[in-house]
Design a protein around this ligand. Structure first.
Ligand code: NDP
Length: 480
């Protein structure tokens, strides 16, 4: 499959996936899918309706007792078959992500495709474990699946965000209705091709594409959805939380971030800067955990700015299918416009541009924004406080560790962060002081079994690993 060679014929998907079958939607409306690198329409999916949501939720409800009662080993075998079917589609997934999101193909292969396969593999193993039972005094404490889950996902990691919900929910014994982002729905269809091939029991996992205000709202408000697992912006997360609270159902929310990368005076500066810039610009900065504030000890500040400028000069922006490209476009014209607005505002607020900015030449078509770095960013300014979700890095100097920790924690978000120091004990001590759900010390590797989620307005609940499975369970105490 070589989507790179020629623009593909329109990728038209006409169906929903409900009760184990590809079925016609209630309505004939369609949503076009754009290639953000060119602005061309490359695909089309149905615009689901509340009637479609009712149907899919009913299918998930009907499937729930059987799936909840399925032995762990058998659930694991189903997930294993799903993993094999998804792995067989790896090339198509990477191409589709590059096409509808604009992630450079190499990254789309390594991260956008590799990461969800790793997560799904970890869930095969966790699904096989019998549910934890505990004796507390005269009580037997059980963990039982929460029921029907509504999964609402964003466009930035279109397969990973779906797998990070579906796989642990299925492992826990829940059934699921998925609403992917309207901007990147084609990748989700590849997951459901794999669901079909793997022969998962009918209704265990269902797909209703559509817009947030129609399908997302209907799912979040549905009286027969026991839990909503949402990833996206804090503003939409707040709306979903209201809808769920109105009917006292459960919600897991993975929201925004403004993560700080603390580079202490004794750090290996070239490595810290290189990894830090790479992290901030990963997926064109459209990553919730991106370390978008780089905090550098004043003794190393000038040196760090020079290293940053060199690193940014190596980022080539362009066609996602060109192997030389390191930064693709942003997902949409609206997103690019939003990010340009943040850049203009930072300039007006007096931040000092050290790379990029609005005058850098860019490809003539598509939603491109140049990788941009500002120095001397005030910790209270909009650029240091608001999630930009684009390739924009704020650099802030500090004089001592207490000040660095205070700046890092001066955020309404609390998703991720990093600490760099030659003294690992010192770095760990600083990591403990950060009010975030994740901290990487000296570039610590991603761990698919570690709980993932945020403090403060970055969300509620955790995904991935054993904690991610537990999230989809209820506790029951039986006294004897
Ligand atoms: P949203 O939060 O609006 O979208 C996330 C998901 O929620 C999508 O599936 C969306 O559907 C759905 N949705 C939208 N409105 C509702 C609603 N009223 N009820 C239920 N579901 C709804 O993100 P955007 O795409 O608008 O991005 C805007 C900003 O959000 C970005 O600039 C970025 O700052 C942040 N963001 C953060 C992410 C993160 O992982 N932390 C991920 C994505 C965005 P649909 O797309 O079909 O409208």
């Amino acid at each position: 499959m070589d989507l790179a060679a020629a623009p593909p014929a329109l990728l038209v998907r006409r169906h929903l996936h409900v009760a184990g079958a590809w079925v016609d939607p209630a309505d004939g409306e369609a949503i076009p899918v754009e290639n953000p690198a060119t602005g061309e329409i490359v695909g089309q999916v149905p615009a689901g309706t509340p009637a479609d949501v009712d149907w899919a939720v009913a299918a998930a409800r009907a499937a729930f007792p059987g799936w909840a009662a399925t032995a762990p080993a058998e659930r694991a075998a189903h997930l294993d078959r799903l993993h094999a079917a998804l792995a067989a589609r790896a090339e198509a997934i990477a191409h589709t992500v590059a096409l509808e999101l604009g992630t450079p193909l190499k990254l789309a292969t390594r991260v956008q495709t590799g990461l969800p396969l790793t997560v799904l593999r970890s869930m095969v193993e966790l699904a096989a474990r019998p549910p934890a039972e505990q004796t507390v005094g005269n009580s037997l404490v059980l963990r039982e699946p929460v029921g029907v889950v509504g999964a609402i996902t964003p466009w930035n990691y279109p397969l990973h965000q779906v797998v990070a919900k579906v796989a642990p929910a299925l492992a826990a014994g829940c059934t699921v209705v998925v609403k992917p982002s309207e901007l990147t729905p084609l990748t989700a269809y590849l997951l459901f091709d794999a669901v079909s091939e793997a022969g998962l029991p009918a209704g265990v996992v269902n797909l209703v594409p559509g817009t947030g205000p129609v399908v997302g709202e209907a799912l979040a408000a549905h009286p027969d959805v026991d839990m909503v697992s949402f990833t996206g912006s804090t503003a939409t997360g707040r709306r979903v939380a209201h809808l769920v609270a109105d009917r006292i159902a459960r919600a897991a929310l993975e929201l925004g971030g403004k993560s700080a990368n603390l580079i202490l005076a004794d750090a290996d500066l070239p490595t810290a800067v290189k990894v830090g810039v790479g992290n901030a610009f990963l997926n064109s900065g459209q990553t919730c955990t991106a370390w978008t504030r780089m905090l550098v000890h004043r003794d190393r500040y000038a040196e760090a700015l020079a290293l940053i400028a060199t690193a940014v000069a190596g980022y080539r922006t362009g066609d996602p299918f060109d192997p030389a490209t390191r930064l693709g476009p942003l997902v949409s014209a609206a997103q690019a416009e939003r990010v340009r607005g943040h850049v203009e505002r930072a300039l007006a607020d007096g931040a000092r541009p050290v790379a990029g900015g609005p005058d850098v030449p860019l490809p003539p078509r598509g939603h491109f924004v140049a990788p941009t770095v500002f120095a001397d960013v005030h910790p209270d300014s909009a650029l240091a406080q608001e999630e930009v979700f684009g390739p924009v890095l704020a650099v802030i100097p500090f004089d001592d560790t207490d000040e660095a920790v205070a700046i890092a924690n001066n955020s309404r978000y609390g998703l991720a962060g990093a600490v760099w120091s030659a003294d690992e004990n010192q770095a760990l001590a600083v990591a403990r002081r950060l009010r975030t759900g994740q901290v990487d010390v000296n570039g610590g590797a991603f761990n698919p079994l570690a709980p993932f989620g945020g403090y403060k307005q970055s969300g509620l609940g955790r995904e991935l690993g054993p904690a991610g499975v537990e999230e989809f369970t209820e506790l029951k105490a039986i006294q004897r």
